[in-house]
Design a protein around this ligand. Structure first.
Ligand code: NAD
Length: 325
């Protein structure tokens, strides 16, 4: 029996015509949600448009006996974002869940990236999160309930050669989601980021030029893929994504990774660090050099949720190191 259900819930999944978004939309519908299947229907590098991708998935959902409606607006414009959310409001009167997932790649080495490779990538990953996220959040705030899942990437959290444009857009999901989670906590809105891993048509865009970077090539060539056999599929990401947008999930302000069937929490943390002697004299550059190992040691670390938590963590370190009582 499916314990986690979405009966009565209205979900918007962007980029749901293929890959991860399609799988999220199908499973949401199987578990009772009414789904807006958004997809512009362009290529894996964001060229062109077609109504086919979204309508195919809507048909699949209806064939399963589920409820779905297609939307083919672009997430990368203010008007498109508003129209996508309006489709949910016009059809079912509300939006409970937003999975912001649409996107594409245009890889190149950092110094060769052109505006045609930077601007559309920032638009579809970063600006789209505002264009779709803001109208969705407004409706959720009015209703006092919402679940938002932004799509980040390990390419941003950990780094991936030849993806500076993409990593900049995806890395921004961390800051954006953290703030949406904090502000949304007053209105029953939770926000998290997923770092998915799945073979999809985006693989075709993953040219291998980045192998010219020795450190990156070494990491790729020595990687152990033995646990991932048959598990780098959208379906291995969907359970985590759907749990994070379920009513049962109370986690917010987080980043979660799905990789080869391993589900983990990814977090930004601060080392205990080195506390400069009390007083108003700042340390010198030489003091930093002398304590740099201690600054870098992550033996004990804190996980600030706001900039103010960091003050608390610093004071705790000062007491521990005997420079402050
Ligand atoms: P995909 O190409 O199979 O699906 C992405 C969908 O987004 C496509 O159907 C495309 O038409 C749609 N889309 C693109 N631009 C759009 C726009 N402007 N408006 C509306 N729809 C648009 O790719 P996927 O692998 O399923 O990727 C889904 C998301 O996950 C993307 O944001 C991607 O960057 C991210 N991601 C994927 C992986 C992975 O391993 N596949 C890893 C990390 C992050």
């Amino acid at each position: 029996m499916n314990q986690i259900r979405f009966d009565g819930r209205v979900a918007v999944v962007t980029g749901a015509g293929n890959g991860l978004g399609r799988d999220y939309a199908l499973e949401l519908a199987r578990r009772g949600a009414k789904v807006v299947v958004n997809d512009l229907g362009g290529s894996a590098s964001g060229v062109g448009a077609s109504k086919d991708a979204a309508s195919r998935v809507v048909e699949e959902i209806r064939d399963l006996g589920g409820a779905a409606v297609a939307n083919t607006d672009s997430v990368a414009t203010r008007a498109g974002g508003a129209a996508i959310v309006q489709t949910a409001l016009d059809t079912w009167g509300k939006i409970d869940i937003l999975i912001s997932n649409a996107g594409f790649l245009r890889n190149n080495r950092f110094d060769d990236l052109t505006d045609e490779q930077i601007d559309p990538i920032i638009d579809v990953h970063l600006k789209a999160a505002f264009y779709v996220g803001q109208p969705a959040y407004r409706a959720m705030r009015a209703a006092g309930y919402g679940r938002i899942l932004f799509t980040g990437s390990a390419s941003a959290m950990f780094g991936h050669a030849w993806q500076a444009n993409y990593a900049a857009g995806k890395g921004a999901m961390l800051g954006l989601s953290n703030v949406v989670a904090l502000e949304g906590s007053a209105y029953g809105i939770q926000s998290n980021v997923i770092l998915p891993t799945a073979s999809s048509r985006l693989e075709g865009e993953m040219n291998t030029g980045y192998l010219e970077i020795p450190e990156f090539a070494k990491s790729l060539q020595s990687a152990d893929f033995s646990a991932s056999e048959g598990r780098v599929t959208p379906a291995f990401n969907t359970p985590l994504a759907l749990y994070l947008v379920s009513e049962a999930c109370t986690a917010t302000h987080g980043v979660y990774s799905a990789n080869s069937g391993r589900y983990s929490r990814v977090r930004i943390c601060a080392s205990e660090g080195w506390f400069a002697p009390m007083g108003s004299t700042p340390p010198s550059v030489d003091d930093i050099a002398a304590h740099f190992d201690q600054i870098c040691t992550l033996g004990e670390y804190s996980e600030p949720m706001t900039p103010y938590d960091e003050f608390t963590a610093a004071a705790k370190a000062a007491r521990k190191q005997g420079v402050h009582s």
